[in-house]
Design a protein around this ligand. Structure first.
Ligand SMILES: [Zn+2]
Length: 334
């Protein structure tokens, strides 16, 4: 509510003071300067896709990431999140875009972060995969308990043998009579049932311990990957000429999101922000931008775009451009 009133106030002031200036600049003026490919994108793509396309185009060309296609999708759900999906997909939720709607630099950091996950081949361990890992742990635990059982049995046999031999030696009672009575048989069976129950409990206990360790490791790995993707997101966005404060802005949004202040499989947002600040001091945005500018100057041709063959994501084509059909004709028909 508070924010709404601030925005409304700001807009009113702008209309009051600068309405003339706004009218004096014909909307076509900015569009005229746009490269025809960007004009085409602006006219044909939904606004969010247009922004995502422009951001990917610029980041990819500034950072030498333009040799393979990228895909972008805006997920129409109000979640403060984005993810790197299969086959170079960068999926951004409408919720997070809505929260940074005025900042292409923030969008660039989100997109750059996901591109970083792809470049580093980070893979999240899904539920099915985790279940499979737990099954492996169970097999491991069962093996361990079996081995313990074998070891315990041979220990028992050794000591039983020892006492039988000792008794036999002392009383001259034949071996068989001393162990194969019916009551002795029942006792052995009961003992082995108890041992089975014991083994099962022991297996469960080992599985629980191993699972807790696995989850801890996965979470730690996940957090490391997030830091890595954050760093790449910053580097990519800065090289492409975006404002590095955009990355801080994203962290602010994340830290306001319930749970964002906690360490989970993602590090807590304040920690991520701290690391970003450290990185910005070590690798200043201006230096990164100089490198990006050099790459962009080599070829100013925008990447082209298409509806991907899945029919629902936007494909941003590699710098080589063109279709396989055109490539074929170039190779053989000229
Ligand atoms: Zn991430």
């Amino acid at each position: 509510m508070h924010r709404t009133s601030i925005r409304a106030g700001a807009r009113a002031a702008l209309v009051g003071v600068a309405a003339g200036a706004l009218v004096a600049v014909p909307p076509a003026h900015a569009a005229e300067k746009l490269h025809p490919t960007y004009q085409l994108a602006k006219q044909n793509l939904p606004a969010d896709w247009y922004v995502a396309y422009r951001v990917v185009d610029r980041i990819a060309r500034a950072n030498g990431l333009d040799s393979t296609p990228w895909r972008v999708d805006v997920v129409k759900e109000y979640q403060i999140n984005a993810f790197a999906g299969e086959n170079n997909l960068i999926a951004v939720y409408a919720g997070i875009l809505d929260q940074v709607t005025d900042s292409s630099s923030a969008v660039a950091c989100i997109v750059g972060h996901e591109m970083g996950h792809h470049v580093k081949r980070h893979t999240a361990v899904g539920e099915a995969e985790k279940a499979e890992l737990v099954e492996k742990l169970r097999a491991e635990a069962t093996r361990e308990v079996d081995q313990e059982k074998v070891a315990a049995k041979s220990e028992r046999e050794k000591s039983t043998m020892g006492s039988i031999v000792a008794r036999a030696a002392g009383s001259q009672v034949p071996f068989a009579g001393s162990i194969v009575g019916s009551s002795a048989g029942e006792a052995i069976e009961k003992r082995s049932e108890a041992r089975d129950k014991e083994s099962q409990d022991r297996i469960e206990q080992i599985v629980a311990e191993k699972k807790a360790k696995l989850e801890k490791e996965l979470a730690e790995k996940g957090r490391q990957q997030e830091f890595e993707a954050d760093a790449l997101g910053y580097r990519y966005a800065a090289a492409a000429g975006f404002d590095p404060e955009g990355c801080i802005r994203v962290m602010e949004v994340l830290s306001q999101t319930p749970g964002g202040e906690l360490d989970t499989e993602h590090p807590a947002a304040p920690k991520r922000m701290e690391k970003l600040r450290e990185l910005m001091a070590q690798e200043p945005a201006a230096d990164l931008k100089a490198k990006g500018d050099a790459a962009l100057a080599k070829d100013a041709t925008p990447l082209t775009f298409d509806l991907a063959r899945d029919g629902k994501s936007l494909r941003i084509n590699p710098a080589a451009g063109g279709s396989a059909a055109e490539d074929l004709e170039k190779r053989f028909d000229r």
